[in-house]
Design a protein. Sequence first.
Length: 107
Amino acid sequence: MNKKFYFIVKSILRIKFTDNQVHSILNICILWNRVNLQTTTIKIIKYIEDRIKTNSPKQKQIFEVIDEVNSDIDCKLFIFSLKFYTVKDLLLAEAKTKVWSQIKYLC
């Protein structure tokens, strides 16, 4: 599970989604995940085909990630990874602030 999570997070970071793309995919996952995994996957693929340039590297990479989502646990990892992506910049900024405050305290 750790390797799969690492693959999903790494791939999502490499794809560089826009905020709207992440929120749209998250909405699909949250709304349709209760139905079943196959329906959720179909809806995500449809969104990607409609909204992301055909045969672009971004589209190919997200299809690779979707191919790895084979169970409900994988789907939860995918959703968590998307949520993590949305707060990544905030977490990095907070970490930098904490480091600088510690350096300032030591000086």
